[in-house]
Design a protein around this ligand. Sequence first.
Ligand code: GLU
Length: 436
Amino acid sequence: MSNDNTPAKNAIRVRFAPSPTGFLHIGSARTALFNWIFARHYGGTFLLRIEDTDLTRSEARFLDEIMTDLKWLGINWDEEPIHQSKRFDVYRASAEELVKAGRGYREGEAYIFKMPGARVIEVNDMIHGKVSFNTNDIKDQVMIKSDGSPAYNFCCVVDDAYLKVTHIIRGDDHLSNTPKQILFYEALGLKAPEFGHMPLIMGADGAKLSKRHGGVSVEEYKREGYLPEALVNYLLLLGWSPGDNREIMSLDEAVKIFDSKNMNSVQAKFDLQKLRWMNGEYIAKKGSGELLPLIKEQLKVSGRGEGVSEELLLKLTDLYKIRMKTLAEFVPATDHFFGDNYSIDEKAVEKHLKPAESKAILREFTDRIEKAGNFSAASLEEMCRAMAEEKKIKAGQIIHPTRVAISGKTTGAGLFEMMEVLGKAKVVERMRKAAS
Ligand code: GLU
C-alpha cells in the first residue's frame, strides 16, 4: 500500500458488506478475507453488514450460504451483523436532512443529491495511491429511489459512519463510487474512512472471472472437494505478496506477517492449476482421520460407499490422499473398491489385457498368488518380482495387466497395496475373469 494512515491498534474497524443476491463469489471471499486479516493483524474489529436493499433479489438461502461459507473459510465476525433492509427509515432521515440543507432535491418520491460542480475529489487509496476525480464528470446521485429503497452509495456511507468503519477494503469495481461516497461524508459532516481498492481477479486469459475458469463461487469449490485452508491460502496470494517467495501459508501465519504495504496493485490472475496443486498439498498433509468425514461426504453425494467400513475408507484415504488434487477425485479413483460396477478404461483393456501373452502372464500370476498363504502387499510384490525373474520378463509385464484387471485403470495407488486392500478372493476373481 502506498500511504501509511494506519490508526492505532484496536481502533481499526473494517467490514465486509455482501449483497445476498447470489452465492459468495471468489472475489468477494478475497475481499472478506483481506478485511478480516487486516482487522486481526491490527487487533481491530471485523464486521458483517448485509446489503439486502434489493428486496426482490435478496434471498435468505443466499445469506445462509454466504455466512456458512465465510465460517467455512475461517472468517468470523465480531458483532451482530446489521441488515440494510431494516434501516430504510434511517437512510430516509439522512436524505431528508441533506435536502433540507439544500444539498439535494426531491423528484417525486425519490431523494436526489445535487452534485457540486467543478471540484476535484482526491482519493488517497491505500493500494493505488492518489486517484483524482472531477465532479463535473459525475451526475446528481440518487439517495433514495422512488420505491423507497436506498441507493448503494448513500446507505453505504450512512452505515459505514454508523458502524464507525475506519478502513474500507473492497474491489476496484467500487473505485468510481468512492468520490461519490466522499461527497456524502462531507455533506453529512462526517469524516471519511481510508479506502483501499483491490484489483479484480481475472481469468488466466485476462477475461473477467467466469464459470469456464473453474467456478466463481466458494460453494462450487467446496463441493468439488477443495479444503478451506487451500482456498484461503490461494486467495491470499491473489491479493498480497508475503515477499519471500513463500506460497504455502496458514491463515494464522498470514495474520501475523501481514503487511498492508505488500497488497498487490496489479490485477491478479486466477490460475486453477495452481489452486489444484495447492489443494493437493493440503490434502496430502492432512491426517486421514481428519479427511474421513469429507471423503464420506463425497461418497454420499456420488451414491457409492453404502455400508463401506470406516476401516476400509481410512486405508483408502491413506493410499489416495497423496494422489488427489481435489476430494472429488476420490470416488472415480477408488470406485473399484466399492463393488464390481466401476469405470473401465477401454483403451487400457485393449492394450494390457487383449494380447494373448498378457492373458497367459495374468493366468500364471493368478495361480501363484492364489496358492500363496500370505496376501500382504510386500509378499505380493516379492511374488511378482520372483515370477518376472524366472520368466525373464519385466515386472511391468505383470503389473500393468494385473492393475487393469483389478481396477479397470492404468493409474492409482501402488498395485500391491491395492491388491492387499481388495483381498484375495476379489483379486483372484477379477484376474481370472480378465485372463479368460
Ligand atoms: N454490497 C457491495 C458489494 O458486494 C459492497 C461494496 C462495498 O464494500 O462498499 O459489492
